[in-house]
Design a protein around this ligand. Structure first.
Ligand code: DAK
Length: 260
């Protein structure tokens, strides 16, 4: 698949997707959003042997510095709502992707960039990474799920402060608050993400997909996350993978999962 603003590299089943608009600090314009949608709905699901996806930004200054401010200046309320719904749908594709998706946050992750990182399953931040939801500076609120996901990660106390003050936080504070999984020196974020995907891909693939599904269900208020977990647990116990995993444990050997 051809992209204008995404670079996609495959290394042994691990796809690194780089948002490639370095001059605009990788801001999410509509073309980039469209390409993320195509990547997560058409390209990635069709790849055989896929272990996981790393999302990052070009250059060493920014992961993504937000939605492209220059593009949304002319939007009216109706268009804004349509755009927000579209953005939500794309970020849900990421959050619900059945293989691990890890954000390698290599600099500014602001506004839509922080929202994009939060839609990923895990986040690795470089020491120079900066996170924030500065939309109120522009008289906006986050439009890609930021008001909801920031609370999920930080709790209401800190989330509402950051949303109202537009303050940025550094990588160490983001780690302390539970927004990121690891902080690494610049240049090591992809290696750390690769290490995690390798570890996760040695587990039962159906089980990993069901963990993602069940954890996401916790935050869907129209649905009982515990009920979803019961159903997902039942689904995993019926798999060949579960029988293989249990047998391997008993026989003290490594499991050979087939993903069914
Ligand atoms: N959009 C477009 N261009 C951007 C950009 C952005 N978000 N952020 C940076 N750039 C561009 C700059 O304009 C500049 O371009 P040139 O002037 O060279 O052409 C280039 O990237 C380099 O930026 P700076 O010169 O500003 O670099 P500095 O190191 O001085 O500052 C900075 C770095 C990250 C602190 C600064 O660039 C900055 O404050 N950027 C804006 C951060 C921000 O406010 N981001 C937007 C948050 S609001 C919506 C849904 C979602 C959203 C909106 C609507 N709807 C559904 C309608 C989300 C909104 C947001 O994300």
């Amino acid at each position: 698949m051809n992209y204008e603003n995404l670079l996609v590299q495959d290394s042994d089943g691990i796809l690194t997707v780089t948002i490639n608009r370095e001059k605009a600090l990788n801001a999410l314009n509509s073309q980039t959003m469209l390409e993320l949608q195509r990547f997560f709905s058409e390209d990635a699901p069709g790849r055989s042997g896929l272990k996981g996806i790393i999302l990052t930004g070009a250059g060493d200054k920014a992961f993504v510095a937000g939605a492209d401010i220059k593009e949304f200046l002319a939007l009216d309320a109706g268009q804004g709502q349509v755009m927000a719904q579209r953005g939500h749908d794309i970020f849900f594709l990421i959050e619900r992707f059945p293989k691990p998706v890890i954000a390698a946050v290599n600099g500014f992750a602001l506004g839509g960039g922080c929202e994009l990182a939060m839609a990923c399953h895990l986040r690795i931040a470089t020491e120079n990474a900066r996170f924030g939801q500065p939309e109120v500076n522009l008289g906006l609120i986050p439009g890609y799920g930021g008001t909801q996901r920031l609370i999920q990660y930080l709790g209401k106390t800190k989330a509402i402060e950051l949303l109202m003050t537009a303050d940025m936080i550094g990588a160490e504070e983001a780690y302390r608050l539970g927004l990121v999984n690891y902080v690494v020196p610049p240049g090591q974020e992809t290696a750390k993400a690769t290490e995690l995907i390798r570890k996760i891909s040695s587990k039962g693939p159906v089980a990993i997909a069901k963990v993602i599904e069940s954890v996401n269900a916790y935050f869907q208020y129209d649905e009982d996350g515990f009920a979803r977990e019961v159903k997902a647990f039942g689904d995993t116990t019926g798999t060949e993978d579960f029988r293989e995993g249990a047998a391997a444990f008993i026989e003290k050997r490594k499991p050979d999962f087939k993903g069914r």
